[in-house]
Every structure is written in C-alpha cells, then in structure tokens.
Design a protein around this ligand. Structure first.
Ligand code: ATP
Ligand code: MG
Length: 707
C-alpha cells in the first residue's frame, strides 16, 4: 500500500484513493495524470477492491498502451500471473472482444479484417463515378473514417459535412455516395474495417443481453487516459461496456486536444461531472515534468488561448529545480536552422545528455528531411517516430521512380539556366505523383504534396552548391543521401511530429519550423483573405502547448526566414511567438555552423567527385586503387550465390562499385560498413554479417533465404 501512494501529492492521492465509481482528473500537461491512473489501478487491485482481470484500461495509441502496461508491471499489477490488468487501445480491446462474441451473436459467419482499405475505397469511387487519384482516395478514406468516428451514416453525411464546414476532397454528396458504396462492398465481402470493430462490438453489447451480461460480469472497472481525444464512436463503445454502470476513471487535458480532425472531442471530458454529478473531480496543478522556466513558457502559450476549451485551463506550477531559459532563434534558411539544431544536439550529447532523451518536433512529417540530413551529417543517430524516414515514404519512392523514368528519356541540354530547367523537369516529373501547382484539399493530399515539395526544395538547395547539376546527378545525390542515412536505432534522437509526441517527454526538445503557414499550418489560416478559422488556429496553439510541455529541461524554439539556403526571406515567424520572445534579447540570430560542402571528395587526390561510380568508390576512377583483389573476387563469388538464392539479379545484392568500395576499405564492423555508399539499413541487416565475415577471411555459406 505504502509503495502505491509513495511519490504522490495530496490531489493525486485523492484521485488514487477515491472509491470505485466515477472519477475525473482534469489537469494540465506533466501533472502526473498517467502516473495517477496507473497508481489508482495498482491501489484498487492491490487492496482487493477489484480483481485485476476485471479492470480494462484504454488509451489511443499502442505506444501509450505499452507505456501503461510497463508502468503497471513496475507497480506489480501488470504481470501475467493471476490475470494481468488489461491496458489496450480502444481498437485492440474491441478486436479481442469481437472475436469472442461474434460466433455467439452473429453465428457461424466468418469475417475478416479489411486489409486493403484504399483499394476498396478506390473501387467504391469507381462504382460511383467519382474520379480519383491516389491522394483523393486517401482523403476519401480519411473522410469516411471521420464520419464513422463521428457516428454519421452515409445517408446523413452530406448534410452534416456541410453543416460542419468539412474540408472535403470532392463534393459532400459524392463523398456520401462513395461512403455508401464502400460500406456495401465491405458487407458483401464480410470484411470489417477498424471502425467497424468498435461499431460491431458496441452493437453486440447493446443488442444481445446474453453478451452484455457475460461482458459485464467479466469487466467491472474502466480507466481511460487522454480522454480529451475520445471520439463519439469510442464513447459509444465505452457506454456499451459500462451498460449503465459508473465505475469509470477518466483523465485528460482539454488544452491538449489536437485530434479534432479525426472526430475527437473534449466535450465528453468537459461534461463528465454534468453526466456523473457524484463524480470525484480532481484538478492537478503541479507540474513534475518540466523546469519552472519551461512551465512558465507553457503557461504563456496556453494563457493566450481563446474559447470554451481554454476556459478550463489551470496554471501549471513547476516543481522541478530551475534550469536554463528556453531559447528562441531565427535563421536565414531551413538548412541553417537544421544544422544549428544538430550542432546543439551534438553539444548536449557531449555534455552527457543521452541521445534517446532528445527530440526534434515539427508540425508536418515533410519537415523531417532537413533534420535527418543534418543529423546524418553530424553523425548523430536518430529515429523517425510515427512515420517513415523521408526516403522510405511511399510518395518519395514513387517520385524517385518517376524521376528515373524521366532521366531515361531525357536529361538537360547543356547551357544557360540549367538550374531552372532542372527544377521545371523535376516538377513536371512529380506532377503525376501528386505535386499539383497549388496546395490541394484534404489532409492526406496536403501531407503528400508537402513531402513532394520538400524534394523540389532539396533540388533547389543542391543547385546552390552545384549549378550544373543534371537530373542523373540529382538522382545520384538522392541515392547517396538515402544510403548515407544511418540505420534507425532505438537509442537515437527522436524526430517526430507534434501529434506523435503527445504524452511523451524528453530532457531536451527542439521545436523547429515555427513560421506562419507551418505552425499555424497554412490551411488553418483561412483562404482567399477571409478570416482565419479560429477553431483551427486554437488547435494549432494547443499543438505548440503540447510541444513545449514535452521538455523536461532544455527547450529550443526556432524558425527560418527562407526555405532554401540563401533563398528569399519570405517567411515570417509564427504568430504564437508574439510576446514569448524576450523583448530585451530579440530572437538571437545564432550563426549557423559552416556547412561542409556536400560534394564528397576523392580520398586519394582530394578533388571533388563527379558521377555515380566515383562517388561509390570514394575516389576518381583514374586514381590508384588499394583494392584487395582476392577479397573482391570472394565477394563476387558470394554475390553470385546470394543473388541465385534470392532469385534476383546480382546488382540488386550489391553493385560492382559497392563491392569495389568494400574491397578497398575492408570495413571491420557494422558501423564502418554503413559508411560505404550503397549500404543502408536494409542491406546491412540482410547482408552485413556475411560481408563482415568475408572481410575477416571467413568462409560464408549462402543458404536459401525463405523471404
Ligand atoms: P501529459 O499531459 O503530457 O500526458 P501527464 O499529466 O500524464 O502528462 P505524467 O506523464 O504522468 O504526466 O507525469 C509527468 C512526469 O512527472 C513523469 O516523469 C512522472 O513520473 C512525474 N511525476 C508525476 N507525478 C509526480 C510526483 N508526485 N512526484 C514526482 N514526479 C512525478
Ligand atoms: Mg499522460
């Protein structure tokens, strides 16, 4: 008992000790909400108020559910013996329950989880004569998800979408038609999507008294973390679970509502005590996560918020010892901003901060490229969370295929304005992949569009260093960048969007790209000179609040006036910076560390390398090679066997240039191996052990790879 209450303040303790029944913890970031509910569960179970197998704790992401499970395990109520407390996402809980109840409620009718959703949405669009592209299919799918999460059926969609001013990818009537066809196709194939899992589970409990009785006998105590993010559909499932009972603990922070676009609404949190007038209501104000300096900034950010949600905020009171003041910095351009962040991160690591305790947070995933590159150049390991690295993203893979096809047909003639021509060529090649002239409608299409735009901007950036760049040269450079990225590591710096950072914390946080149009994002700014969408702007402000409150000690905020190195300074810092940047020391312009010229040099003669082969070899073709000929032959022999086993052409395993580079450099470990262009994470994993063994002079037998 003592251990469960240890390290809790009086308000947290009150929430933990509240008798079974409705409990609502309404509190700001870092005040220990997640900690409080895990301790409450441990208290209820540990003192015999409820059996561990009767508790169901839910949250919204599998990462958060995993975090909750490990905290419960640490408190001794998460192990498998005697029935562990279940901590799951809504979806995972519903999937399990539906698998159990389906045969009883529906009978001997098989069903399957829909695994190719976009294809089905595409078919539905075809059937209804709605013309589509890859992006609009994604946006149609998101819109259908929003409707289902909001409990809006196809028949009511058009009316509701208009009423709520939805930003729809096609006319609302057309979305409704596609939505309806999508539901019919699924029904015909006995397939369920993720939202159906929730709908059907709720329906099973609502309609079958036998199922409801069995379920309610089994689960008696419910806990929801991040309750401000609940959707009407999830709330309906929660109500079905409860079946009129009130043993429910919810915790949340309305000022961290950042998922409205998916249908989430803080109204269930804010109305909780109206719905359960007897609820124990606890407010927490002490912030245990961050230094008073960070807390003060957080209070300022959210203090400027407007509207009903803002009315519920509490002023946070920092509990930690003081730390450094948050820094604000303006840069001429984004590469300089990224390079400075990398340099500061290097310094933090040298000062003893673990890389895993550092995060770079941005508004949209398309911003990751500059930071992946800057960290790679600085030799700092990182992982991109909640999304793939830039070069792994489907639109970038497709873009590179499109560029390659263009390069096969034509490259640029020599002469003036090569740079402009290259950019035009790249834009034309990327148009079919989704790079429209103006920003498209729909969140998914916009995200894709932004990522493709980053590729164009990267091209423009490369042209500054090398005005003569050709399309083939650009492709070689993209390949080199993709290959030079470090393989993702668990212990590296986290790169993540603000949305993916919710609930998490790091010692040091870099909030980057804080410009108008990025945070707040352009589509929150209203179009055609009309008024900004206030609700959308407020959600953007909450995103900044979420970002600021992730930092324990070090917090750096920055923005850049231009996208490209040396580009025109057309960007303005975010409106949210107003009043935050200390007056006496206006955003310090930190001089960006001098960037190394990107073009690699020959390691024999030192001249810049031009062309793919010299870049792979790391030397000019004509410069003397110190290649280990015997090793090269053994590598080639191995490659033949490997390619045969994998049923692929030999160059897919490694090109001659890569083999040559290995035979010249004779890498001794995985790290040295990845510095060889052509060997990225995937190749390292598949072939690294073999190659290193060959370098050591060992024999390697190639087995047929089942993959
Ligand atoms: P968020 O709103 O970001 O989800 P939260 O309210 O869930 O935040 P927690 O993650 O539970 O906050 O706690 C924030 C940090 O403060 C954690 O590192 C936690 O261990 C610590 N903490 C919470 N309560 C206390 C306490 N009473 N004493 C010391 N540390 C605490
Ligand atoms: Mg939390």
């Amino acid at each position: 008992m003592a251990s469960v209450l240890e390290g809790l303040d009086p308000e947290q303790t009150a929430a933990v000790l509240a008798p079974r029944g409705p409990v609502c913890v309404l509190a700001g970031a870092g005040t220990g909400k997640t900690r409080t509910i895990t301790h409450r569960i441990a208290h209820l179970v540990g003192n015999g108020h409820v059996a561990s197998s009767q508790v169901l704790a839910v949250t919204f992401t599998s990462r958060a559910a995993g975090e909750m499970r490990s905290r419960l395990r640490a408190l001794g109520v998460g192990d498998a013996t005697g029935g562990a407390v279940q901590a799951r996402t809504f979806h995972a809980a519903a999937l399990r329950q539906l698998q159990y109840f389906w045969p009883r409620v529906v009978g001997d009718v098989p069903w399957q989880l829909l695994d190719r959703k976009f294809a089905v949405v595409g078919r539905a669009a075809n059937q209804t004569g709605v013309s589509t592209s890859t992006e609009s299919i994604r946006d149609l799918a998101s819109e259908i998800e929003w409707a289902k999460a909001s409990l809006i059926v196809p028949e009511n969609y058009a009316e509701q979408a208009s009423r709520l001013h939805r930003d729809t990818p096609v006319a609302p009537e057309q979305v409704a038609a596609v939505y309806s066809a999508y539901e019919q196709i699924k029904a015909g194939e006995a397939a369920l999507d993720f939202d159906d899992l929730l709908l059907h589970t709720a329906a099973a409990l609502e309609e079958s008294s036998a199922a409801a009785e069995e379920f309610r006998d089994r689960y008696r105590c419910f806990i929801v973390d991040e309750y401000q993010d609940v959707t009407p559909l999830q709330q309906r499932l929660l109500d079905a679970w409860l079946g009129g009972r009130d043993d429910l603990t919810v915790v949340g922070d309305a000022n961290q509502t950042i998922y409205s676009f998916t249908g989430a609404s803080p109204r269930f949190l804010l109305d909780f005590s109206r719905r359960y007038p007897d609820a124990a209501l606890v407010r927490l104000e002490r912030d245990y996560r961050s230094t008073p300096q960070v807390v003060e900034l957080a209070n300022q950010v959210i203090g400027a918020a407007k509207g009903r949600i803002a009315g519920t905020r509490l002023k946070l009171i920092g509990q930690r010892p003081p730390g450094p003041a948050p820094t604000f910095a303006e840069f001429d351009d984004e590469p300089a901003e990224a390079a400075a962040a990398a340099a500061q991160i290097r310094k933090l690591i040298d000062d003893g901060v673990s890389a895993a305790e550092i995060a770079v947070l941005y508004r949209i995933n398309a911003q990751s490229e500059a930071y992946e590159q800057a960290l790679s150049e600085a030799g700092i390991p990182y992982q991109v969370r909640g999304g793939e690295g830039f070069f792994q993203r489907p639109e970038i893979r497709q873009a590179i295929v499109a560029l390659r096809q263009t390069a096969e047909r034509d490259d640029l003639p020599d002469g003036a304005d090569r740079g402009d021509q290259l950019v035009t060529l790249v834009r034309a090649a990327l148009a079919p992949v989704g790079l429209t002239a103006t920003e498209p409608q729909g969140a998914q299409a916009r995200e894709r569009w932004s990522t493709l735009n980053s590729l164009v901007q990267l091209t423009e950036d490369l042209l500054i260093d090398e005005p003569e760049l050709s399309l083939a040269g650009l492709l070689a450079e993209l390949r080199r960048r993709a290959d030079s990225r470090h393989p993702p590591v668990v212990e590296g710096v986290t790169l993540a969007s603000l949305h993916a950072a919710k609930g998490l914390e790091w010692d040091a946080v870099f909030l980057v790209g804080l410009t108008e149009g990025t945070l707040p994002i352009s589509h929150a700014l209203g179009s055609g000179g009309g008024p900004d969408d206030e609700a959308a702007i407020e959600e953007e402000r909450r995103l900044l609040y979420v970002g600021v409150t992730r930092a324990r000690v070090h917090l750096a905020l920055s923005w850049a006036r231009a996208r490209n190195a040396g580009g025109r300074k057309t960007r303005r810092r975010s409106r949210f910076m107003h009043g935050l940047v200390p007056e006496d020391s206006p955003a310090s312009k930190i001089a960006a560390p001098k960037r190394e010229r990107r073009r690699p040099r020959c390691r024999v003669c030192g001249k810049p390398l031009l062309g793919t082969l010299p870049m792979k070899l790391g030397r000019c073709e004509a410069c003397p090679s110190d290649m280990d000929e015997a090793l090269f032959e053994r590598l080639r022999g191995w490659r033949v066997e490997k390619a045969r086993a994998l049923e692929v052409p030999a160059y897919i395993v490694f090109t001659d240039a890569t083999l040559t580079a290995i035979a010249e450099r004779r890498p001794e470990d995985a790290k040295a191996l990845t510095t060889i262009p052509g060997i990225g994470a995937a190749k390292l994993e598949r072939f690294g052990a073999d190659v290193l063994a060959l370098v050591r002079g060992e024999d390697v037998t190639v087995e047929v790879d089942p993959a």
